[in-house]
Design a binder for this molecule. Structure first.
Ligand SMILES: CCCCCCCCCCCC(=O)SCCNC(=O)CCNC(=O)[C@H](O)C(C)(C)COP(=O)(O)OP(=O)(O)OC[C@H]1O[C@@H](n2cnc3c(N)ncnc32)[C@H](O)[C@@H]1OP(=O)(O)O
Length: 176
């Protein structure tokens, strides 16, 4: 992370501490309620610059026998950390993601996430996150990611047609 950082300020329209974060896209594989096979992550704004989330480790997420698939875990980290920039400004997309897997995560467990904004420099937002099963001081995995803020309408304009969103939602996204 660079040493020269911009000041962090909570966005006036960000949801309040303790409130559920609004889905950034209802058909998102990570947090969307309309994603048929998604992770259905529920996320909450924390104080200052962090978000939390929980995820039931369902048997459909299995990788090795009886444990979570590493790609599923990194997807969850991506989405939880990707919500954090919304506390300080516009939507942002991942440009870099790294995950450290520390312990096997059993099917049937409840994973808890916390993602913190570490700093911002121009459009780059630096985040770190932990996943734990009850004891935040003993994480089962940790992650770091860099997000870059975008103008969402412009960024997705060429792709909205491929979305699972309803035609009405697609029209709303395209509206000026
Ligand atoms: C409806 C609402 C939905 C809201 C959507 C919210 C989704 C959140 C949850 C899901 C997150 C995802 O999975 S997102 C999906 C996966 N990610 C993506 O598809 C992103 C693909 N990448 C891109 O489209 C592009 O790289 C952009 C738009 C992010 C950036 O391109 P750009 O606009 O031309 O900007 P560019 O100058 O290249 O980069 C800006 C700054 O970032 C730095 N930068 C760029 N890439 C990297 C990198 N890999 N590692 C470090 N730094 C990087 C540059 O050096 C520069 O720093 P400096 O010059 O300032 O120093």
């Amino acid at each position: 992370m660079p040493t020269e950082l911009d000041p962090l300020e909570r966005h006036p329209k960000a949801v309040g501490p303790g409130e559920q974060m609004r889905m950034h896209n209802s058909t998102c594989f990570g947090c969307g309620e309309q994603s048929p096979a998604g992770l259905r992550l529920k996320m909450f704004a924390g104080d200052d610059f962090f978000v939390t989330a929980t995820m039931e480790v369902e048997s459909r997420f299995e990788g090795g026998p009886g444990v979570i698939h590493g790609g599923i875990l990194s997807t969850a980290f991506d989405d939880v950390m990707g919500m954090a920039p919304l506390l300080i400004g516009p939507s942002a997309v991942t440009v870099h993601l790294e995950v450290d897997y520390r312990r096997p995560i059993p099917i049937g467990s409840t994973l808890q996430f916390r993602a913190d904004i570490m700093g911002r420099q121009r459009r780059k937002v630096y985040t770190e996150a932990i996943a734990h099963i009850g004891d935040p001081d003993d994480p089962v995995a940790t992650a770091h990611a860099i997000f870059v803020t975008i103008r969402a309408r412009e960024h997705f304009a060429a792709h909205v047609e491929n979305s699972q969103l309803s035609d009405d939602d697609k029209r709303r996204l395209r509206a000026p």
